[in-house]
Design a protein around this ligand. Structure first.
Ligand SMILES: Cc1cc2nc3c(=O)[nH]c(=O)nc-3n(C[C@H](O)[C@H](O)[C@H](O)COP(=O)(O)OP(=O)(O)OC[C@H]3O[C@@H](n4cnc5c(N)ncnc54)[C@H](O)[C@@H]3O)c2cc1C
Ligand SMILES: NC(=O)c1ccc[n+]([C@@H]2O[C@H](COP(=O)([O-])OP(=O)(O)OC[C@H]3O[C@@H](n4cnc5c(N)ncnc54)[C@H](O)[C@@H]3O)[C@@H](O)[C@H]2O)c1
Length: 476
């Protein structure tokens, strides 16, 4: 048994950053994870594997070069699952080394096992299957701490009426463990994960049907960007089925599953991915013993300092719900530790960038047209298309677009929305200008490297200014 200043449950992005921040303040920290490898969903089954898969598909399928060299251009024909997972495994291995090294350097104790509250300062850690020499089941480690951080993340929702068999009907974690690539695919749930995987697999030439019960994909994204995304996804072989409700999933044999929709459609595929959201991994934590009650999706409520109902117990990352991103989880972990140990800190929460790694990728910061209209804020629009930018031609992306929304009178930048290669990087320029309360005149007056995609900002700002109606048009 040991006593710590802080014990952190979960070594995903939220837990890692909470642990490191506390250690940097000279505190004794233990970081617990039930997997025998650090990194959480982010590194092992979610962000990094899905983004590695995307990079592998784009490279091996020669996707971005097809505009120049013809639609049949491929770097490799007959791409296999091993080709795709090779890259993911390589990146994961390197990232695990980086994280483990960071923990060692900062003297964070890594403790492998499943944590469970004994009381509000004490955790039992069950190490069944843990490292050699560890106690067996029923013989847990017992550690205490002044502060405890819950960063246990989420797992895919697996309702009992869905006939999962981890071969033909799988959840989103199951994709990377498939032995063979699906011949055809039905994805149920057009959220972020469903949309990303649909476009990535279609870019490989797999026929994909994407079923979403809402009238459009990703309702929080700017309508014009989503229209463009849906158009491009269709063109690479994704068939969106929107406004549809699944009534049954019938396994025919090991080769075919039929998804039946309320509208009468019957959709056959070799594989079905069920992708309708995630549940907080709070079961088994014995939270009721300390007076914390998760909601019906297993999520924990916190205040603005990430404190739960028990002030010395914090919760961070996906377990507290929206926005449930690796990027925001890291910040929350760091901020929780700062608060616990009295280090002043603050974060700009209204300007979160969002990056969705569909093909093409999309990204945004600030408000979209619908939100500005609902808020009664007047706005003007400026657009730059990649095909008018030399860098767009060089990289063979003629469909990309950057859209600026700005106040016609003050010229304040209100939102940036992008679709196309590099969109998730490009967005940070707009984010910085917004955070520093800049106007779009900054883009007009600034020299950008040539040829770069950043030039889109200048072109879009000029486009917006030129189209301003009087009395807002620039004076000559
Ligand atoms: C397919 C997919 C793609 C994604 N892509 C992106 C993206 O591109 N960009 C982005 O920003 N975000 C992305 N996300 C979201 C991102 O992965 C999560 O926001 C992030 O992983 C959350 O971090 P976390 O630290 O809260 O939890 P997690 O990463 O979920 O880690 C939680 C850890 O807690 C451990 N744990 C759970 N219970 C216990 C217990 N009782 N005892 C001990 N350990 C426990 C688990 O083993 C796990 O290691 C993606 C998610 C998925 C699923
Ligand atoms: N690039 C990124 O930042 C990224 C990538 C992947 C995942 N994530 C994170 O992971 C989280 C989980 O993503 P997700 O896609 O699993 O969940 P989600 O909640 O974003 O999407 C679920 C989707 O399924 C739909 N749906 C629900 N029930 C349905 C049904 N019966 N039939 C058809 N459609 C149905 C919903 O309308 C919704 O659009 C997200 O909140 C996101 O923050 C982020």
């Amino acid at each position: 048994m040991a006593h710590y200043d802080m014990l952190v449950i979960g070594s995903g992005p939220a837990g890692q950053k909470a642990a490191i921040q506390a250690a940097k303040l000279g505190k004794k920290v233990g970081l617990i994870d039930r997997r025998e490898v650090v990194g959480g969903v982010c590194l092992n089954t979610g962000t990094i594997p899905s983004k590695s898969l995307r990079e592998a598909v784009l490279f091996l399928s020669g996707f971005h070069q097809r505009g120049l060299y013809g639609q049949s251009y491929r770097v490799k024909h007959d791409i296999t699952m091993e080709d795709l997972t090779f890259r993911a495994n390589y990146v994961i291995k390197r990232e695990v080394e980086v994280i483990q090294n960071q923990m060692e350097r900062n003297r964070v104790d890594m403790i492998f096992g499943t944590a469970r509250f004994f009381d509000d300062h004490c955790l039992h850690i069950h190490q069944a299957g843990g490292p050699p020499g560890s106690p067996g089941p029923g013989d847990p480690l017992e550690h205490t701490a002044d502060f405890i951080v819950i960063a246990v993340g989420t797992k895919p929702a697996r309702p009992s009426h869905i006939p999962f068999d981890d071969q033909t009907v799988i959840d989103t974690d199951g994709l990377l463990t498939l032995k063979r690539l699906p011949k055809s695919l039905t994805i149920i749930g057009g959220g972020v994960i469903g949309t990303e995987y649909a476009s990535i697999l279609a870019a490989m030439g797999i026929h994909v049907v994407l079923i979403e019960r809402r009238p459009r994909l990703l309702e929080f994204v700017d309508a014009e960007i989503i229209e463009a995304l849906q158009y491009h996804m269709r063109s690479i072989g994704v068939w969106p089925r929107l406004n549809e409700e699944v009534v049954a999933i019938d396994k025919q044999d090991d080769e075919q599953v039929i998804v039946r929709l309320r509208s009468g459609k019957e959709i056959p595929a070799s594989t079905v991915i069920y992708s309708v959201g995630r549940m907080g991994a709070t079961d088994g934590l014995n939270l009721q013993s300390v007076g914390i009650t998760p909601d019906d999706r297993g999520r924990i409520k916190v205040n603005k300092y990430f404190q739960t109902e028990v002030p010395h117990i914090y919760a961070v990352g996906d377990i507290i719900g929206f926005p449930a991103l690796a990027s925001t989880s890291m910040q929350q972990g760091r901020l929780a530790s700062c608060h616990a140990f009295g280090l002043p800190s603050q974060v700009e929460t209204t300007l979160l960038p969002y990056g969705i790694y569909s093909i093409p990728e999309i990204s945004m910061v600030g408000r979209n047209e619908d939100e500005l209209t609902q808020a009664g804020i007047p706005y003007a629009v400026g657009i730059a298309r990649y095909r008018e930018i030399a860098r767009g031609q060089l990289i063979g992306d003629e469909t990309g677009m950057l859209k600026l929304l700005f106040h016609p009178k003050t010229r304040d930048l209100l939102g940036v929305h992008a679709i196309g290669e590099g969109a998730t990087e490009l967005i940070h320029i707009g984010q910085a200008v917004m955070a520093l309360k800049g106007t779009i005149e900054y883009f007009v007056d600034t020299v950008f490297n040539y040829p770069t995609l950043a030039e889109c900002y200048r072109v879009a700002a000029l486009d917006g200014m030129n189209r301003l109606p009087r009395p807002w048009a620039p004076r000559v």
